[in-house]
Design a protein around this ligand. Structure first.
Ligand SMILES: [Cu+2]
Length: 137
């Protein structure tokens, strides 16, 4: 009789544990592709949903290093993968760099609605037109 009870408890426990290992919350990140050619971002206007994870794929098709930076933006779960450089004076809240012909990625979740300016921090590039707008809605 006691042995039977132990078996029932064991089966119930296994059922509960496996019930918790269903899909992870949050789901897949939205992939956003952005390319640089001829000292310009394409597209130069980006739109994202607040609270939704995004993977920004930054593809540099020019022959010099570029980056994409936003000085002030509230983001969470930020993971930056790209070429390291220290051209920017202060560390931007969001940054991804890619050397000539390379691709960098940054994953993040925007936390606040707003309109943000993104630009390339390499000296002279912003003035040459490497600037765009990110809208979080
Ligand atoms: Cu640049």
């Amino acid at each position: 009789m006691r042995k039977w009870l132990v078996v029932v408890v064991a089966v119930v426990s296994v059922t509960l544990v496996s019930g918790c290992s269903s899909r992870e919350a949050g789901g897949e990140a939205t992939v956003l592709n952005l390319t640089t050619t001829g000292m310009a971002f394409t597209p130069k206007d980006l739109s994202l949903d607040v609270g939704k994870a995004v993977k920004l794929v930054f593809k540099n098709e020019d022959s010099v290093l570029h980056d994409l930076s936003i000085d002030t933006i509230a983001v969470s779960k930020k993971v930056e993968k790209g070429d390291k450089h220290n051209d920017h004076g202060k560390e931007p809240d969001l940054h991804v760099a890619a050397d000539a012909g390379k691709t960098g990625t940054v994953e993040f979740t925007p936390k606040a609605v707003g309109t943000y300016t993104f630009y390339c921090t390499v000296p002279g590039h912003k003035d040459a037109g490497m600037v765009g707008t990110l809208t979080v809605k």
